[in-house]
Design a protein around this ligand. Sequence first.
Ligand code: ZN
Ligand code: ZN
Length: 427
Amino acid sequence: MAAQSQEQSLREELTCAICCELFKDPVMLECMHHFCKACIQGYWGRCPRVASCPQCRREFPSRTFRTHYLVSGVVEKVRKCSSEDHKRKMQKCLEDALRAHQKEMETFVRTKHAVEKDICSLTKASGELNSKIRTEFIRLHQILEEEERAVLSELAKEEEQLFFRLRGDIMRLEEGISELGKNIEHIQEILNKKGDSLMLEVENLAFRPPAHVETQPTLDIERHRDRYSGPLQYIFWRHMLQSIHPAPAPLTFDPESAHPNLIFSKDLTAVTESDRRQPVCSSPKRFQQCVNVLGSKTFDSGSHYWEVWVGSKTKWDLGVAAESVDRAAKIRLCPENGYWALRLRNGVEYWATATPWVRLAPRSCLRKVGVFLDCNEGKVAFYDAEDMAHLFTFHQAAARQFCPFFSTCFSDGKLNMEPMRICHLTL
Ligand SMILES: [Zn+2]
Ligand SMILES: [Zn+2]
């Protein structure tokens, strides 16, 4: 309202007192009053006597005035601003700005909600992870306590056996001592009656032969001590490993699934690609196009972990494949085709074969890769098995049967000839 009345008063200031319209070509008389050029000229033309200002009546015999450009500019602006076209434009401009702001506000509110949701999710996930980690540590503590109990109970049992043996020895020795004592007494009695004894024949001397007591071999206390000394923490830790789940699975390669150019070590834990085809039996399980091979076990439930040595190979693929993958065709590695894999190309480029592929940047070159498969949660995760740094996780992996999957890729002469190995738990 204030703006409107200000505009009104400005319009009045800029209105010609003769035509009562906004000035047209405004001019200023010496008395400082303004009129339209045409109006004042017309007015003076009709003046019978000396020309004067219609407002203050001051007389101007010379009929002079000055064109006032500043006022002219302001009038033009006011005229333009009050035109319908301008008002429409102004209206549209304001409406557009309003809409833009409203839209921006909606976006902000939506984003704020999303961030709030993220905060909730983060809180929830942190809580879940916290409790999961605690559970795992509780289990580790349990395993450790079980190990402690088992070792202590074994020690106690061994001690008991040794004590039993030694106490038996003492008992038998005491019996022997008492028997010998009796004999000694008897012999001394005979000796004391020397005179009479002469009457006796030696054969008739009525004492028993010295008692014979069987004792066990001397206790080897050092041996007993040695059994429970040494690198005890390491010994117990190795025992513990048998209880850890999942521990690295002792897999081997399944040669029946292998491409004919693959060559295996005798124990089926190392594989390399040869430029010559090997004489192999044909099998529907065999990969025909790519130099792939599967693991000796398939998994349909539970969680499993295995480690693969890739050393300084320049190319490889490894991970998990659905048992149902097409082995006769050359197909792209991706979850849609039943592959959840990691791959190395050109010696330094690590990729997760998601759709689209995801470039990975491990802290150092991968020499040993850990693969974790959780059949129940449909999860396939990869780790740098040397420091257990997490590399990548596939979610929603689904298959009736999952197989460990390996590809040596071509040997490229000698460049990539280093065998790929399945690691067995050796500490
Ligand atoms: Zn006028
Ligand atoms: Zn005047």
